[in-house]
Design a protein around this ligand. Structure first.
Ligand code: PMP
Ligand code: GLN
Length: 391
């Protein structure tokens, strides 16, 4: 992340520089440090999903798929939404396949916002949100979530809404905090969206990664919300296939049409052989999705207790791949960015400085995010190294 002014780059993208994930993964590669930065698993997902992609390639599914996505995948997405959230979407008119959730988010913001519209986001925000809001010519308005619980301050949301507000962009389970919005919090967001006639975009890419019996509830399930909510998700986290970039949008037909209009000029289509493979994944039995969450919950526990032993103040997440720590017990100046840049040399570990996800920089300056979607031996080795920082 660099704030240096870049020649040629448009004013609206100044300040975005290189993403923190690129910077930190490059640092991990050049130093050989353990990469607990960028969130990707270090093991493969279900064999039948991988085999389906191989079969699709061997079977000749290697040309452009249809614009809205292959029917087999749209049907599987529809069944999956109905099975897990009880909401029915028409595969032909209410579902759109995208190049990861990232493209779906970009297309939603570009297709739904005019210049000067305001987009209300919860911060810390996933890094692509701000850049895409800017690319859409819209203006972000932030409502900050604070540790330890990162509960939603609904009065702050209400206060941030004004006549220019076009949409609310919600992410639950939330990256980087691991916060899962509760039924009450979702109900109060829904009430405001209905009162002010707002569209809500919900990023649900971590929908199956919830722990301790926490339930992920899609905002679209709340009364009056289905037809004003754009649900975005993807297969990367659910099937350990972050490199495949198969995402999707579920919404009413007019909302999907608006998103598709933008999407068709971004990539048109993508990932043909991966589409039927993700369809196989979405149709796996409930036991698959339960085991995924149970396995990740034990990895969360492993890393949380290791980070506590290493001396950090740790905020236990209810979902996602990530745990956030306050570094000040180990680094009293609380400079998380400097901490992460020196960590590979000092300890052979890479983390992500949460400050890059904040507009209110002081709120996130002393926070660092570590990913636990890694093999147990990798987590254990990282913890052993981090404990050395106390010496
Ligand atoms: N939203 C959030 C909150 C994320 O953490 C990520 C990162 N995987 C994405 C969207 C992007 O998802 P995809 O890889 O499917 O583009
Ligand atoms: N979503 C992943 C994370 O937050 C990274 C995705 C990316 O590299 N853009 O770590």
């Amino acid at each position: 992340m660099t704030n240096a002014r870049l020649p040629y780059l448009t004013a609206k993208l100044q300040g975005f520089g290189t993403t923190i994930f690129a910077e930190m993964s490059a640092l991990a590669a050049s130093t050989g440090a353990i990469n607990l930065g960028q969130g990707f698993p270090d093991t493969d997902g279900p064999r039948e999903v991988l085999d389906a992609a191989i079969e699709a390639i061997n079977g000749g599914l290697n040309q452009y798929p249809p614009g809205p996505g292959m029917a087999v995948l749209r049907e599987a997405i529809s069944e999956h939404r109905l099975r897990f959230q009880g909401v029915s979407y028409d595969p032909d008119t209410e579902i759109l396949v995208s190049v990861g959730a990232t493209e779906a988010l970009a297309a939603a913001l570009i297709g739904l916002c005019d210049s000067g519209d305001e987009v209300l986001v919860l911060e810390p925000t996933y890094d692509s949100y701000q850049a895409c809001i800017s690319m859409a010519g819209a203006v972000p308005r932030f409502v900050t979530l604070h540790p330890p619980a990162y509960d939603l301050d609904i009065d702050a949301v209400r206060a941030a809404i004004n006549p220019k507000t076009r949409l609310l962009l919600i992410n639950s389970p939330h990256n980087p905090t691991g916060k899962v919005l509760t039924a009450d919090e979702l109900a109060s967001i829904a009430a405001l969206a209905i009162e002010h006639d707002l569209i809500v975009v919900t990023d649900e890419v971590y929908e199956h990664l919830v722990y301790d019996g926490t339930k992920h509830i899609s905002l679209a399930t709340l009364p009056g919300m289905r037809d004003r909510t754009v649900v975005i998700s993807s297969g990367g986290k659910t099937f350990n296939t972050t490199g495949w970039k198969i995402g999707w949008v579920c919404a009413s037909a007019p909302l999907v049409t608006a998103v598709r209009t933008a999407k068709q000029f971004l990539t048109y289509v993508g990932g043909a052989p991966f589409q039927p493979a993700i369809a196989v994944g979405l149709r796996l039995g409930d036991d698959y999705f339960e085991r995924l969450a149970t396995d990740l919950q034990s990895k969360r526990d492993r890393l949380v207790s290791g980070l506590e032993q290493a001396g950090f103040e740790v905020y236990r997440p209810s979902g996602t791949y990530f745990v956030t720590v306050d570094i000040r017990p180990l680094q009293p100046d609380g400079d998380g960015l400097a901490f992460c840049r020196s960590l590979p040399d000092r300890a052979g570990v890479v983390g992500i400085p949460n400050v890059v996800f904040y507009d209110d920089k002081p709120a996130g300056r002393h926070m660092v995010r570590f990913a636990f979607c890694k093999r147990d031996d990798v987590i254990d080795e990282a913890v052993t190294r981090l404990k050395e920082l106390q010496r």
